[in-house]
Design a protein around this ligand. Structure first.
Ligand SMILES: [Zn+2]
Ligand SMILES: [Zn+2]
Length: 332
């Protein structure tokens, strides 16, 4: 008979209240000390899952200035970089340099490679090489045919070019007209299904940047970041409310595709290239990563959390997931 010492709530009589907690804590301590034949560790028995939240066109200085309690909490409890980068390695002689535009940006975030490989030069996606360097859902599907992979986006070309050419890669695709619909779709999905990976894309901050300017001095731009923080908060509430959340090991990754300068982006200025990355989850060390990685690190981090094999032939730009990068950093 197999002995379980990571006790299920109903599998053992325990007195109510604090004593119950004490008994369970004691049992856990005995487990950890190896004094009983034991089930796998807590981290190993939980099912890994990943929530990736992409927020279009958010400058890190504006995010830090805006009143964003939900994003602030994730950054404080998890790993954060305020000086990560979009646009590949800077320099005309650098093969990975790419426009700080949405097409190349989301392609890099979701494939884990830069323009030298995915060949997405601009928002037309013309001449792309996404067949050879596809969206991570295509990679995950190869190894996990049964995985539930969901994507809800406000900027529809992400689906049009990165997922729809690969039928069957995604389990669930929704294109929306508003950020509110992205939130509602995510809340509904998290209430009814069990995604292995859920990708969300919010677009309103980029609209505010184009309309009013990407700047810490623009109230409309800051207000749009505060608005998306509320969407993120309600998605996090839905994640927390899942009946099975105690058995799940969620990694939450957040980033943006580019910054902005004046009312546009696409160039190689620091204001357009400098971005932020946040990782939050049980296995993530808390701290500030500086200098930060390229936003290609998101793809690697998703694959790593799901414990997938990552062959060298996939050509990913990053060798380490962001959660590991945070291990050797000073407390922020
Ligand atoms: Zn964008
Ligand atoms: Zn834009």
């Amino acid at each position: 008979m197999q002995t379980h010492c990571c006790v299920e709530k109903d599998s053992l009589f325990l007195p109510p209240g604090g004593f119950q907690m004490l008994v369970r804590d004691l049992l856990l301590s005995v487990c950890l000390l190896g004094l009983l034949p034991c089930c796998a560790s807590d981290a190993e028995v939980r099912t890994p899952a990943v929530l990736v939240i992409g927020i279009d066109g958010v400058r890190p200085d504006a995010l830090q200035q805006a009143d964003t309690p939900h994003l602030d909490r994730l950054a404080r409890e998890g790993a954060v970089s305020w000086d990560a980068y979009a646009g590949g390695r800077a320099g005309e002689d650098q093969p990975t340099q790419q426009a700080t535009s949405s097409g190349p940006g989301w392609s890099s975030i979701l494939t884990g490679v830069w323009r030298d490989r995915h060949q997405v030069a601009d928002n037309s996606f013309e001449g792309n090489n996404l067949e050879q360097y596809p969206h991570i859902f295509v990679r995950i599907r190869e190894q996990r045919p049964e995985a539930m992979l969901a994507s809800i986006v406000h900027w529809n070309p992400i689906h049009e070019h990165l997922l729809k050419p690969f039928p069957g890669a995604a389990s669930f695709l929704v294109e929306t007209e508003t950020d509110q619909e992205v939130e509602s779709g995510a809340v509904a999905l998290l209430g009814e299904a069990t995604p292995d990976v859920l990708f969300l894309h919010f677009d309103d901050v980029d609209h505010a940047g184009h309309a009013h300017g990407y700047s810490t001095q623009e109230p409309e731009y800051l207000a749009s970041i505060e608005q998306v923080d509320e969407h993120v908060g309600r998605v996090l509430d839905a994640l927390q409310a899942r009946p099975s959340s105690a058995e799940e090991d969620w990694l939450i990754l957040l980033t943006t595709d580019h910054g902005g300068r004046g009312t546009s982006h696409g160039g190689q200025s620091a204001e357009e290239r400098t971005i932020w990355v946040i990782a939050h989850g049980r296995g993530v060390s808390s701290g500030v990563v500086s200098p930060g990685p390229g936003h290609t690190v998101i793809a690697r981090s998703v694959l790593d959390h799901l414990k997938l094999e990552v062959p060298a032939s996939w050509g990913l730009a990053d060798q380490k997931p962001f959660a590991d990068a945070a291990e050797n950093v000073t407390e922020g």
